[in-house]
Structures are given as structure tokens and as C-alpha cells.
Design a protein around this ligand. Structure first.
Ligand code: GUN
Length: 292
């Protein structure tokens, strides 16, 4: 391996410590920042994320409000809960964990969240503010990626960046953030022709497609920075007792990419911890804005 490992876990711990210091200052002024997380159903991966979010919210001294709703919750009941949270002055940030069950329209739910409390940055008004270079709530995963890139490179101005994946949660906002930092940005996706050649032009590659180990070392320009957003659980043979073993991998094939890249995020321990740290920072920001 030649690449430098980008330690998202350590970076996130430092960020959480800074947030905790700021929370202590805000609390001394009589305000307790609060984050409400809503989970509909029992998707195991979502349940793990929600548990981690709640735990880390408490660890930085904020109030955590968890709302776990049964899978058959109606859209109307979910919208009612969001209206209640919008009106609650103790709640500064609201996050509805995605995906929601099929009978609920996710766009309607996201649109119902007060944009000032939209710590995910998914409300169309925050999407529009980001796209037009105004003060927005910025989605947590791309924000975490950007912070690691700035920490590594300082200015990103003029760099060629390729974002692989065009989701609303990561790909599109990531591209907006890189553009805002004056990168030349390309979004590659499942229909992109000669995708390897497109990715090979990049100084910065952000992989966010949800396809295990899709990006391989021969796609990477020597010395490029690789940010791997993917978290995929794949089979890894059998345990001694014959039960299936699994392991977590990213959207990049780590060994081959690390042999060519200048720097790379590991999975786990790269982007993942930064997402929650940015969520806490966004909640603190929302709280400070709400209280002048
Ligand atoms: N599901 C996967 N990632 C996210 C995220 O960043 N926010 C929400 N609300 N749901 C998700």
C-alpha cells in the first residue's frame, strides 16, 4: 500500500470534542440543544445508525429524542409527529431515518420538516440554498467528506473531482460542495460511458454508489485522493461452526485502490464516523440560529 490512510474516526472524535465544548457553553446560557430522530419500522441497519446517533448525541451533552414507530405507521401519523416536533422549542434538529416504508412518500415527509430544523439538509429549500451558494443546512455525509478533503489538501480550487453516484443524499450534494470549493466536477453514474476513463481523470474520487468494491485500482490516477462512502456487507466464507461470515467493504476495492492512490479512506473508520459528527455540528448550528 502506498496511500496515506485518512483517519475519519480520529477526525470525527476531534470534531465531537469541539461540539461538546460548544454545547457546554450554550448550556451555561440556559439552552440545551436537542435532536429528534424518527425511525419507522425495524430495518436492522437503520436501527444501528439510529442507536449510534442517539448515543453520540447524549455524549456531547445534547438532548436526544428518539421516536421509534411501527412499520405500519400511516403517513398522516408520521406527518403529525413531524408537525409536533416542528413546534417543539426543545427540538432544534429533526431527522427522519431513510428509507421509510413503501406506503410513505419520503419526499412528503422531508418537505414537512421545518427547513430550520432540517439537520439532514434534505428539504428542497436547503437543497436550493446550497445550489445557489447561500447559507444552507448541508447534508452530513458529503459535509464530512468535504471536511476531510479540506484537511488533507487545504484549498481544493482547480482540482478535478469525480463523484460516482447521483443520489440526493450523497452524490448530488457532494458535487455541489466540491463545485462551491472551485473543483471541476463530474458526476458519473450507472449510464456513464467508459466510467473507468472518467474516474481516471480525477484528482479526487468520491464513490457513493452502494456497489461493493466497484471502483478498482486501475480506475484511479496515481496519487489521487479516494473517498469511499460505501458501506456494504458481503459474504466472507464460513465460520468454524459452518454459519456464514460477513465483512464490511466500501464501494472501492481497498487493496488495489490503496496501491495507486495518494490517500484513501478506510471502510469502516473513514466517512462513517464523520457523518454523525456532522449531524451533531448541524444540530448545534440549528440551535444557535434558533436562539439568535
Ligand atoms: N439513510 C442513510 N443515510 C441517511 C442520512 O444521512 N440521513 C437520513 N435521514 N437517512 C439516511
Amino acid at each position: 500500500m502506498t496511500a496515506t490512510l485518512i483517519d475519519g474516526k480520529a477526525f470525527a472524535a476531534k470534531m465531537r470534542a469541539r461540539v461538546a465544548d460548544e454545547v457546554a457553553r450554550v448550556k451555561a446560557a440556559g439552552i440545551v440543544p436537542g435532536l429528534a430522530v424518527v425511525l419507522v419500522g425495524e430495518d436492522p441497519a437503520s436501527a444501528v445508525y439510529v442507536r449510534n446517533k442517539g448515543k453520540q448525541t447524549l455524549e456531547v451533552g445534547m438532548e436526544s429524542f428518539e421516536h421509534k414507530l411501527p412499520i405500519d405507521t400511516s403517513e398522516a401519523d408520521l406527518l403529525d409527529l413531524i408537525a409536533t416536533l416542528n413546534a417543539d422549542p426543545a427540538v432544534h434538529g429533526i431527522l427522519c431515518q431513510l428509507p421509510v416504508p413503501d406506503h410513505i412518500d419520503a419526499d412528503k415527509v422531508l418537505a414537512a420538516i421545518d427547513p430550520a430544523k432540517d439537520v439532514d439538509g434534505f428539504h428542497v429549500s436547503n437543497v436550493g440554498l446550497l445550489a445557489t451558494g447561500q447559507k444552507a443546512m448541508v447534508p452530513c455525509t458529503p459535509l464530512g467528506c468535504l471536511m476531510m478533503l479540506r484537511d488533507l489538501h487545504g484549498s481544493l480550487s482547480g482540482m478535478d473531482a469525480v463523484v460516482v453516484g447521483r443520489s440526493n443524499i450523497v452524490g448530488k450534494p457532494m458535487a455541489q460542495l466540491l463545485l462551491r470549493d472551485s473543483c471541476t466536477v463530474t458526476i458519473a453514474h450507472s449510464r456513464t460511458k467508459n466510467i473507468e476513463d472518467v474516474v481516471r481523470r480525477a484528482d479526487i474520487v468520491v464513490a457513493a454508489v452502494g456497489r461493493p468494491e466497484m471502483v478498482t485500482g486501475d480506475w484511479i490516477k496515481p496519487g489521487a485522493t479516494v473517498i469511499d462512502v460505501g458501506i456494504n456487507r458481503i459474504g466472507a466464507g464460513l465460520k468454524d461452526d459452518g454459519s456464514p461470515k460477513t465483512r464490511l467493504v466500501g464501494d472501492c476495492h481497498f487493496e488495489s485502490c490503496a496501491a495507486v492512490a495518494g490517500a484513501i479512506t478506510p471502510v469502516p473508520g473513514g466517512v462513517g464516523p464523520m457523518t454523525i459528527a456532522c449531524l451533531l455540528a448541524n444540530t448545534l448550528t440549528a440551535c444557535c440560529r434558533a436562539n439568535g
